[in-house]
Write a protein that binds this ligand. Structure first.
Ligand code: SF4
Ligand code: SF4
Length: 480
């Protein structure tokens, strides 16, 4: 694949996005040619053979800038009515289409889609030549303590390969570093890794059981091609992992972070701004895989007047395409993951990335301003990842937050009965709430037990937010 770098000048780029990172010598950012008319994302035909690829300098791997996140796979009711299952035919169709249009990176996990992700991914991909795709999966022992025992941990790793029907993993990640009920060090200057690690949950997950060394051996044997980790959480964990790399204890081939135009400067809770995360990785020339480019879908349906501004700039393109182009415009980025449930999502993303039309300086500024304005609204930074589920009391946490955020975006969260559109918005909020979330699963039934809180990678104070929404719902009902 021919590379034709066409990035905006790096110095201006980093000044613009505020990263302060001046030097990367990466071969990572080789892009295929751009469409000068910006036709790549226009609605209509889905281009074939135009996908942008990036080169991973560790392995010279050519990776599609659009990565298929296998975490929101289509489901269907079982024929015998006993619940849901993966709609394998639909997954096969999506995977076939993605491959035919140049996507070659597929990102699964042992825990995605109720544990079905790897198997469904394996069934779909194994129908294609092994060299036509790169498969990533994760060592997901963050909320299952049983998988921290060495024997169980090795079995988990082997099971992933079996489920994916592969002899080797192209990309393997220590999953969700920084998430979990842990006491973190507040010491930023890490001199002695193993003094610091005593205070981290990572010690139990990867070190005490020798699993990280085991994976390093697997990489040496060629059964793992690239070893890395994904990150949500406190900055001390991130710094600790990079200190291991800096001191030559472990070499990270790539790292997966949450990056989008809101999290660049306004990460919520204890999460770290993407500006810092990306900057530190770029400084070290570590390839970056992006998750949550749409912030759990929130950037695909923005607040009405903000959406209108973006639409005016590029009328034929979706809101999602702005967020994807933002993530893809960073030169150190290897792949931008998107969990695509429906063919329309896949096609829209293919248009965006075939080829990628990187953001101009003005567009970066517009998105920075959009992010600033979004922060003024009190939406919940939920990405609908479902890590907090199931709630033992049946609360449907992600759906409640999704409904609330959707209503904010659609201007259906009136502040007072004096609001011009109060009656219409109140009705839309309450009717939509009952339709989206069955009564017994609504916020009013949360007992505040806190069991969900530690699982949330966005550090949302879930019971407090549920209470806030419940009080709001009550107010709306009383003001009938
Ligand atoms: S705090 Fe509420 S939502 Fe969270 S687990 Fe307890 S009952 Fe469920
Ligand atoms: S509340 Fe947190 S853990 Fe639960 S779905 Fe939202 S982001 Fe994920």
């Amino acid at each position: 694949m021919k590379k034709d770098r066409n990035n905006i000048d790096r110095r201006s780029f980093f000044r613009l996005v505020g990263g302060g990172v001046m030097a990367t010598t990466a071969t990572i950012a080789g892009c295929t040619s751009k469409d000068p008319k910006r036709g790549g994302s226009a609605l209509g035909e889905v281009p074939i053979g135009k996908m942008t690829y990036r080169t991973n300098h560790n392995t010279n791997d050519e990776v599609s800038i659009l990565g298929f996140g296998m975490m929101r796979l289509p489901l269907r009711q079982k024929v015998d009515g006993t619940g849901e299952e993966v709609d394998q035919e639909a997954v096969n169709e999506l995977v076939d289409y993605a491959l035919a249009h140049g996507v070659n990176y597929f990102d699964a996990s042992a825990t995605y889609v109720r544990g079905w992700s790897e198997t469904a991914t394996g069934i779909a991909l194994s129908r294609h030549p092994r060299e036509s795709y790169r498969v990533a999966t994760k060592f997901s022992n963050h909320n299952n303590t049983q998988w921290r025992d060495r024997k169980e941990a090795i079995a988990l790793y082997e099971r992933s390969k079996r489920n994916l029907q592969v002899d080797y993993l192209d990309y393997y990640l220590l999953h969700a570093c920084g998430v979990g009920p842990a006491t973190y060090s507040t010491e930023k200057d890490i001199d002695d890794e193993f003094d610091t690690i005593d205070k981290l949950i990572l010690k139990e997950r990867f070190f005490d059981n020798g699993m990280l060394d085991y994976f390093v051996e697997e990489r040496r044997a060629g059964r793992i091609k690239n070893l890395g980790w994904s990150f949500h959480g406190k900055v001390e964990v991130f710094d600790f992992m990079l200190a291991l790399h800096d001191k030559g204890r472990y070499h990270w081939d790539f790292v997966q972070i949450q990056l989008n135009y809101v999290d660049w400067k306004y990460a919520s809770g204890w999460n770290v701004n993407a500006e810092y995360l990306y900057g530190e990785l770029a400084k070290r020339n570590i390839p970056v895989v992006i998750m949550e480019p749409l912030l759990g879908g929130r950037l695909a349906s923005n607040i009405e007047y903000l959406a209108t501004r973006l639409k005016q700039q590029r009328p034929n393109e979706s809101l999602a395409s702005w967020a994807f182009r933002y993530a893809g415009s960073f030169p150190q980025v290897l792949s931008v993951l998107s969990g695509m449930t429906y063919m329309e999502h896949l096609q829209d993303n293919l248009r965006t990335f075939s080829p990628l039309d990187e953001l101009s300086e003005g567009e970066f500024e517009l998105l920075a301003d959009t992010a600033r304005r979004m922060k003024e609204y009190s939406s919940v930074p939920c990405t609908a990842c479902e890590y907090c589920m199931p709630c033992p009391y049946g609360i449907d946490i992600p759906r409640i937050f999704t409904h609330y955020n959707k209503c904010i975006n659609e201007n259906n969260v009136p502040e007072s009965a004096q609001d011009e559109n109060y009656r219409r918005a109140r009705r839309a909020f309450l009717i939509g709430y009952d339709r989206s979330v069955p009564k017994l699963r609504q916020a009013s039934h949360c007992i505040g037990c806190d069991q969900c809180v530690h699982h949330c990678p966005q550090a949302i104070n879930i019971p407090a937010e549920l209470q806030r929404i419940d009080i709001y719902v009550d107010t709306l009902k009383k003001e009938a």
